[in-house]
Design a protein around this ligand. Sequence first.
Ligand code: NAD
Length: 302
Amino acid sequence: MKRIAVLGAGLMGHGIAQVFLAAGHPVALQDPDPDTLASAPERIRSIFNLLELDAAGLDGLELTGEPEGAVGDADLVIEAAPEKLELKRRIFADLVSMTGDRTILASNTSGLPIGEIARELGDAGRVIGTHFWNPPHLVPLVEVIQGDRTDPAIVEPVIDLLRSVGKTAVHVKKDVPGFIGNRLQHALKREAIALVENGICDAETADLVVKEGFGMRLAVMGPLENSDLVGLNLTLDIHRTLLADLDRSTGPQKLLTDKVAAGELGMNAGKGFREWTPEEAAEARRRFNEHLVKQARARLKD
Ligand SMILES: NC(=O)c1ccc[n+]([C@@H]2O[C@H](COP(=O)([O-])OP(=O)(O)OC[C@H]3O[C@@H](n4cnc5c(N)ncnc54)[C@H](O)[C@@H]3O)[C@@H](O)[C@H]2O)c1
């Protein structure tokens, strides 16, 4: 079993730790905040319970406030500290000096380029991105990002390790903003905002079209598989007429910036793209969590 160190025991870090513990790997979990660290075992136990798993894996959990205590003998370190470039640079500079050549150093950054995090390091060959999606214990995808200076030889072992613990690990071959998933997701959001902004439909309708239309098939058939299904000639015909009409904003759209400026930030504010009563927001969150838990339990049973 590989020894894993997870730096940061917050929202992502405790879920990432659970993924490796459930597969039998010893995990050293570090966080400078004593309260966060102290609550981590119970938060991790509640994931085992949620997924109806035996929590024996928790015996492999070690807690520490200092990174030295966590990373010295680790095979893989996953940094899940706050999304601040300077902080991550400092953490990785320390990691390089605290670990041996064979320890792989991964960042769970959602958007910072891996090359930027590793920019000032002499030894950037063992630095890689492992972008777990939230919640990491329920969503299977992990994007493995090869930075400009990442040693290509470490990519496959990281992907193999993630697959062995049940994740769907994919190789992002270039360090582009948004990796793969967020580029696809935000291309869709840009067009959805444009549809509302241009009075073609309201926000509820845009969401309904996705959920009750092509969203029904997205979990089992991706967009390119779907093009293969219907025939590329059909996709070509549609693109000839449609692409020129799609939104091509190169910055945030006015509808979004206006709403943020007005404090219409979404469910917590009672209004975002649409209005939310506290009951509607609670019901949407319940529906979302229930769906993810159901999918995750079904995958574990397979
Ligand atoms: N929240 C998401 O949906 C999501 C999804 C994918 C990736 N990410 C990324 O994962 C990382 C962590 O995000 P999060 O949502 O878990 O944040 P979080 O704020 O919940 O947790 C971060 C933890 O890091 C700790 N920390 C602070 N300084 C530290 C240091 N020097 N060393 C180690 N730990 C330190 C904090 O005490 C906190 O407990 C970020 O880079 C974020 O962008 C977040």
